[in-house]
Ligand binder design. Structure first.
Ligand SMILES: C[S@@+](CC[C@H](N)C(=O)[O-])C[C@H]1O[C@@H](n2cnc3c(N)ncnc32)[C@H](O)[C@@H]1O
Length: 231
């Protein structure tokens, strides 16, 4: 999602009481439950965009604390303007995902959602993809031992490339589909809604975090993938 610069967006976003900026976030590893003043599990959406998924998920699961991470202040401003009253169990983290392991302690996050990240189709940009090894290693560090990551995309090439990266980094696939039916909950992101309207198949996978001592990044030969394609 590319938006033109909007004058005043940074100030607007920074002034919101449920937005956490980089400087504050860097002092919060291990203390995120205090931000919410309860001990509920933390779920993190990376690249939340205009917040449709985040808001619906937080409303459906009030016993979960949801953090929506987003890099672009113009996008956050649009989310804040759209949803003027955010539920108490939401915080928006205005941050580049590259800093993830500096703002969360090891094992602090129970679940990560990666909804329709930018595909970066050129090979020379592969390391910018949010499923590149460096990111997977950050995700592994911040997830709890039983923590999982759910990834959705409309882009089958990105999905298959990402599957290989998860496998190479020792992540255990729990579900994999190249054509996910609309979930009963109806909780979907803005991009998912757009692609479903266009009739495009949605790829979705969920993986469990690898053990910390297994030296993630090693090549794994056995994939043990359970395909649930409805094609
Ligand atoms: C294609 S949009 C998808 C938005 C939303 N997840 C959805 O499914 O509707 C990707 C979003 O990820 C954000 N993003 C991209 N790279 C990021 C990064 N390194 N850190 C945080 N957010 C990022 C972009 O600004 C954009 O809003």
């Amino acid at each position: 999602m590319r938006l033109r610069h909007i004058a005043g967006a940074a100030e607007f976003v920074a002034a919101h009481p449920q937005v956490i900026q980089e400087q504050q976030a860097l002092s919060l590893p291990g203390q995120w439950q205090e931000v919410f003043a309860n001990s509920h599990p933390l779920h993190l959406e990376i690249g939340m965009g205009r917040g449709r998924f985040l808001l619906s998920a937080a409303q459906a699961e009030p016993q979960i604390n949801f953090i929506g991470l987003e890099l672009c202040e113009e996008v956050i401003m649009q989310a804040l303007q759209r949803y003027q009253q955010l539920p108490e169990n939401i915080r928006i983290l205005w941050l580049n995902a590259q800093l993830l392991d500096q703002v969360f302690a090891p094992g602090e996050i129970a679940k990560i959602y990666l909804n329709f990240p930018d595909p970066w189709p050129k090979n020379r940009h592969a390391k910018r993809r949010l499923t590149w090894d460096d990111y997977l290693q950050k995700y592994r560090r911040v997830l709890t031992a039983a923590g999982t990551l759910r990834f959705k995309t409309d882009n089958p090439q990105l999905f298959d490339w990402s599957r290989a990266r998860f496998a190479a980094n020792g992540w255990e696939p729990l579900t994999l589909s190249h054509d996910l039916p609309l979930e009963e909950s109806g909780i979907i992101s803005e991009y998912e809604a757009r692609y479903r309207r266009l009739g495009q198949p949605i790829c979705c996978g969920e993986w469990r975090r690898p053990e910390l001592q297994d030296g993630g990044g090693q090549e794994h030969t056995a994939l043990n993938i359970i395909e649930e394609d409805s094609r």
